[in-house]
Design a protein around this ligand. Structure first.
Ligand code: GH3
Ligand code: MG
Ligand code: MG
Length: 494
């Protein structure tokens, strides 16, 4: 009776704290001191894998043990929900060897109501160390210990929930102020990683037929396969995006699978980013540990993903509006406003790298007559096709702008006069020979070329020189390419 009173007092101490590690420490110390056992371990049940995992122990040599429910003495105790005693483990086929000196073992399930939280496992160096009274006492103690464990667990859940709510709030506040898309995506990764202690966070967005890794942040190394592009037709992605459901993968096999972004990831959560019914992409969380993501976290992270999706959509709208301001409505190429921005940047770049640059001023010949003969609508179509010819026959880094009416300006970076003349001549010839449907005669262009630094150091000088060259081309009979007149530059002319 006195023993029970002592045990009761000790158990009260276990119940006085909400800190899980402290609870575990106290359970172990009572088991050791009160029941005189050398080796004690607390194994907690991992629900997803249905395995018992050693969470805390004294006297054990092997600490990373995982025991499936139903296996070994501990697994049997968890499966049968009752204490299992083996007075002589050498005769017990259920015993899984873990400690060399163990002779007898008792495994007591830690349960609240009918639910198993884990197992308290006591092992002794002597055969038949545990008498029925001790086992009863251990069982009694285990109910107190289970309650303490459950309290600590609920407390940590509550605290976690409160932290998560705070994180959602803070993420929402910080995101709504960022309108630049790339900056926003990066911020999404950083904030989520911080708030949820995830090893790696990535945002993949749909772009035409691909899902593109637009931002990522964390410890993992990116596989450089296709630089983060995945075709949307690929099975996994397509299914995920079409179902709009969060997917948790608890055990990823390991390195090298096709389509894997991060080779080291062992578990993963993928949450579709949906805003106003439109799936924009995927928020992906990766962990180096298996089973890092619990279904219990799904709702919180989905709320975060919703906030992100709305912010991303806003930023995409802003980006589109910003882009539209620089696009010519008729032809879809850049407009004069964009040209004014880029010419300054191009001159700066040419100055810094010393690689030169060229400007071409292009004007369609007798365009007024073409309008008069074939109508304004056909004139518009010719403008569109000429713009398209230019875009398709130049490098991606070249800038083609419609600067008004039937005039275009083209900037060629890292290009000298000789090369610029060749490019201009190529364009002139393509246009001259192009069959514009509905136009019964050739359409031609006149091109004036100037280059930095030979014909000017500033926007105005380069424009003036190219304009003069174009005027010269017109004067000389149109349908031709002219370099800026030498006299333009006086002493510094080539
Ligand atoms: P030149 O060979 O000397 O360049 O003769 P041109 O007729 O091309 O030159 P001009 O500057 O006299 O006429 C330009 C014409 O371009 C006048 C205008 O009607 C036409 N134009 C300007 N913008 C548009 C447009 O958006 N669509 C159409 N269809 N025509 C346009
Ligand atoms: Mg003109
Ligand atoms: Mg013209």
């Amino acid at each position: 009776m006195q023993k029970i009173a002592l045990l009761y007092d000790a158990s009260q101490a276990v119940l006085s704290t909400f800190d899980l590690d402290e609870v575990l420490r106290q359970i172990l110390s009572i088991a050791q001191d009160f029941f005189h056992v050398q080796n004690v371990a607390i194994l907690l049940l991992e629900k997803e894998s249905q395995e018992l995992v050693v969470r805390s122990q004294v006297g054990w040599q092997e600490c990373n043990l995982r025991v499936p429910v139903g296996k070994g003495l501990t697994g049997t105790a968890a499966a049968q929900k009752r204490p299992i005693y083996s007075p002589d483990i050498s005769r017990d086929p259920r015993y899984i060897p873990s400690q060399r000196q163990t002779r007898s073992e008792v495994a007591v399930p830690l349960m609240v109501r009918n639910e198993v939280l884990g197992v308290l496992d006591c092992q002794s160096d002597t055969v038949d160390h545990f008498d029925p009274e001790t086992i009863d006492m251990l069982t009694l103690f285990s109910t107190q210990a289970s309650m303490a464990l459950q309290n600590a667990h609920l407390y940590s859940l509550e605290r976690r929930r409160a932290q998560q709510l705070q994180a959602i709030n803070s993420i929402a506040q910080q995101m709504t102020v960022v309108l630049e898309l790339n900056e926003l995506l990066h911020k999404v990764c950083v904030l989520i990683r911080e708030a949820f202690s995830v090893d790696h966070v990535s945002v993949l967005l749909k772009e035409e037929n691909h899902l593109v890794l637009r931002a990522h942040e964390g410890k993992l190394t990116l596989n450089n396969t296709e630089e983060g592009h995945a075709a949307l037709e690929e099975g996994g992605w397509k299914r995920l995006l079409s179902q709009d459901r969060t997917l948790i993968e608890s055990e990823i096999a390991g390195r090298g699978e096709a389509g894997e972004l991060f080779g080291e990831a062992r578990s993963r959560m993928r949450i579709p980013l949906v805003s106003f019914g439109l799936t924009l992409g995927i928020l992906q969380l990766d962990s180096l540990r298996p089973h890092a993501f619990q279904p219990a976290d799904e709702q919180t992270l989905e709320s975060v993903a919703d906030i992100c999706a709305t912010a991303i959509q806003n930023a995409q709208h802003v980006e589109r509006v910003r882009q539209l301001a620089y696009i010519d409505g008729l032809t879809g190429i850049f407009n004069r406003r964009f040209f004014e921005l880029r010419i300054i940047e191009e001159i700066e770049r040419a100055k810094r790298f010393g690689a030169g640059m060229a400007m071409m001023m292009v004007d369609i010949d007798q365009f007024k007559r073409l309008n008069d003969e074939f109508g304004h609508l056909l004139g518009d179509e010719v403008l569109r096709q000429v713009a398209s010819i230019f875009s398709q026959n130049l490098r991606k880094i070249d800038v083609v702008c419609r600067c008004g009416g039937e005039e275009f300006v083209i900037l060629l970076s890292q290009t000298n006069a000789e090369h610029a003349l060749q490019v201009a001549e190529k364009l002139r010839r393509i246009v001259e020979t192009w069959q514009f449907s509905g136009v019964a005669r050739p359409v031609t262009i006149s091109v004036g070329v100037s280059t930095y630094p030979e014909y000017g150091n500033t926007r105005d000088e380069l424009m003036k020189a190219a304009d003069a060259a174009m005027y010269a081309a017109k004067q000389a009979g149109r349908n031709r390419v002219c370099l800026a007149p030498v006299q333009q530059m006086g002493a510094s002319a080539p």
